[in-house]
Design a protein. Structure first.
Length: 660
């Protein structure tokens, strides 16, 4: 916090370039304030206007917001539309059929251009293939795919026929995939033989086979396999079919299935503070509206822009700002299969220069790793590349520290590109707090102000507003169209997780702590208030990682906390008690490596602990409660100043300071 506070005190403010302000969708702070005032004066009228102006409705809605069953709010409920129609047919009808929708760059640098007309044909063939497999409106389809045009096509094809997709990140393990397939009740899994990452072929179909073999997935009738690499995979007769063969005989015409605005467009699983992942359910109408609006407001998207979001479709950022948002506004976007460091750490900058990218949206983790690379290898410094096409930069996934912000601003943006530092969540569906490039003065390290129509506030434990300059819990006080509708199959968990009774049961609790600057009112995010870790922008529950560790036959007990990390934002630190004596030296290092790999197998590589500490036991109170606050202090390498008199075993603290 010290670095952030010093930045706010110094008030290093960067005004938007006047040329950008003059042509921006929201031009200047008076325009932003006018939108906020419109929403305050007539909340439903504001949202009704946005929905009518920004989406194509098959059946117009007559009801805007229904709050009678709070917190299960509904928006535009009696209206009908189709997300795929809004993203594809609508653009062709507007004369954009021959415009590039996607410029796909493969891991090896091969580029494929796909126009809106081409994309609609591919989506229609895939949609017809799904229907031929018996998939119908309301069915769930799990998508476990590499970054690819086919991944986007699969999502859009589900939307076209009214099926609800659930994309699982291609780095998740078989066990994680199994849990999500079971919870969603999926009837089809769409995958690939392998995915290419950094010059290496990594298995996907084999992991699907392993996941389905674990049991509980009997409702899966078909596995559709995209032949990406041609790698050798096992195909089960009667269940598995090659995507290319399946779509070959299908028509490129598929009428959209018109669905109610509240129809579930997708389920996306996110970790919670308890072990079981939460299936965040999003609607069609409200979600798509916000995807479109934030493309226009936050990125100020123009007809000739080339937009690049570097996220994976397995995360919410890839849903909103790859699969739906850019297509809903008729943009041209880059879809990238590879990693930023292959074949060298200049890959991002080389691609921006070659494709003339104008709006670039990436994560602080990527920026921090590329800062290190640029310092070590001057040849891959962004200043070695022609980045003059850039006009807007974005940051997503976690708060960006002021030092990384300044490097990004000066070295990538040349001191002329506003940085939209966006705060939002899987549950919000799109940006909530962010600067607007043609309006908001920028302060490094601050995500600045809430977007019009979203009632963001900071409150204490009783739900009372706290004054600027005082930290508290970030909340959203009124329902908004793109909000989570429920947790799939678990409405009670939805209520207790996001609308706690302590806050009255109607206020959305984000789970982050925040503070507002005394003078500007700008928001700065301080971190999670619960036990969810944010590693490289990916949220994981400590309980989920602890459960994976304890599942190992040699582990008796485990506790997981986070500590700050210069590269990933937050690093996972695990404190482990074995079923035998505490290891030391080389044995401890070897066991730590084995347990890291075990967690990677159980959950996925992103969940591997960075540090593992072994102890004879864990610091507990005499009532048996693990003192996690002490573990957080130890993980950070700080001196313990808290009272330890309630500990049953204070001597254990010295053991746990030893990292492996």
């Amino acid at each position: 916090m010290a670095a952030i506070e010093s930045v706010l005190q110094e008030q290093r403010v960067f005004a938007p370039p006047q040329a950008l302000v003059a042509q921006a969708k929201i031009s200047g702070m008076p325009a932003y304030e006018a939108l906020c005032a419109e929403a305050d004066k007539d909340y439903e009228g504001f949202w009704a206007r946005q929905a009518r102006e920004n989406l194509a409705w098959h059946k117009p809605f007559t009801r805007v917001l229904d709050e009678t069953n709070a917190p299960f709010y509904t928006w535009f409920e009696d209206g009908q539309l189709n997300a795929s129609y809004n993203c594809l047919d609508r653009q062709i009808e507007a004369g954009l059929g021959d415009k590039n929708a996607i410029l796909f760059e493969a891991d090896d640098g091969t580029v494929t251009a796909v126009t809106y007309r081409d994309l609609l044909a591919r989506v229609s063939r895939f949609a017809n293939a799904l229907k031929a497999k018996g998939v119908k409106k309301g069915d769930r389809v799990v998508i476990y795919m590499p970054m690819s045009v086919e991944g986007v096509v699969a999502m859009q094809a589900c939307a076209r026929i009214g099926a609800t997709h659930s994309v699982v990140f291609g780095g998740f393990s078989a066990k994680s995939l199994n849990e999500r397939v079971i919870d969603a009740g999926a009837v089809v899994v769409v995958t690939a033989d392998e995915q290419m990452r950094g010059g290496k072929a990594l298995p996907l179909k084999a992991i699907v086979d392993e996941a389905l073999a674990m049991g509980g997935c009997e409702h899966v009738k078909s596995v559709i396999v995209y032949r990406r690499t041609g790698g050798n995979v096992t195909m089960q007769a009667g269940r598995d079919e090659v995507l290319q063969d399946l779509v070959a005989g299908q028509s490129d015409q598929c009428e959209p299935e018109w669905v109610g605005a509240e129809h579930p467009l997708f389920i996306l699983y996110t970790s919670g503070s308890t072990g079981k992942p939460k299936g965040v359910q999003h609607s069609t109408g409200g979600y798509l509206l916000w995807a479109s609006l934030t493309m226009q407001w936050t990125f100020d998207i123009k007809p000739d822009d080339v937009f690049w979001c570097t996220a994976d479709i397995g995360w919410i950022t890839g849903h909103t700002y790859i699969a739906y948002g850019p297509l809903a506004v008729g943009a041209t976007q880059i879809v990238f299969e590879g990693v930023p460091t292959y074949p060298n750490a200049g890959r991002f900058w080389e691609m921006i220069a070659r494709h003339k990218v104008s709006v670039f949206y990436t994560a602080p983790t990527a920026i921090r790793s590329l800062i290190k690379a640029a310092e070590q290898t001057p040849a891959v410094h962004p200043k070695q590349y022609d980045l003059s096409s850039l006009r807007i930069l974005g940051s997503v996934g976690e708060p960006i520290n002021p030092e990384a912000w300044m490097w990004y601003y000066e070295n990538v943006g040349g001191g002329r590109c506003p940085i939209v530092d966006t705060w939002w969540q899987t549950e919000t569906g799109g940006h909530v707090i962010t600067p607007l490039p043609g309006a908001t003065p920028l302060v490094p390290g601050s995500c600045t102000l809430g977007l019009p129509g979203v009632a963001v506030a900071i409150v204490d434990e009783t739900g009372q507003d706290v004054p600027n300059g005082q930290g508290g819990m970030l909340v959203i006080k009124r329902p908004w169209p793109s909000m989570i509708r429920t947790i799939w199959g678990d409405p009670e968990r939805y209520k207790s997780s996001y609308f706690p009774s302590e806050l009255g049961g109607k206020i959305y609790l984000a789970g982050d702590g925040s503070i507002r600057d005394i003078k500007t009112g700008y928001f700065t995010i301080m971190g999670r208030i619960d036990d969810v870790l944010n590693v490289s922008g990916h949220r994981m529950g400590t309980m989920e990682i602890e459960s994976a560790l304890v599942a190992n036959p040699i582990v008796a007990e485990a506790a997981v906390v986070g500590r700050p990390d210069d590269t990933t934002g937050e690093a996972i630190v695990a404190f482990v008690v074995l079923k035998r004596s505490r290891p030391t030296g080389d044995e401890a290092k070897q066991l730590a490596l084995e347990l890291r790999n075990w967690v990677g197998k159980e959950i996925g590589p992103i969940a591997k602990p960075k540090d593992i500490r072994f102890g004879d036991n864990l610091p507990k109170t005499r009532s048996g409660k693990i003192m996690r606050r002490l573990l957080r202090v130890i993980a950070k390498g700080e001196e313990i100043t808290q009272d330890t008199s309630t500990l049953e075993n204070p001597a254990i603290l010295e053991q746990l300071k030893q990292a492996q």
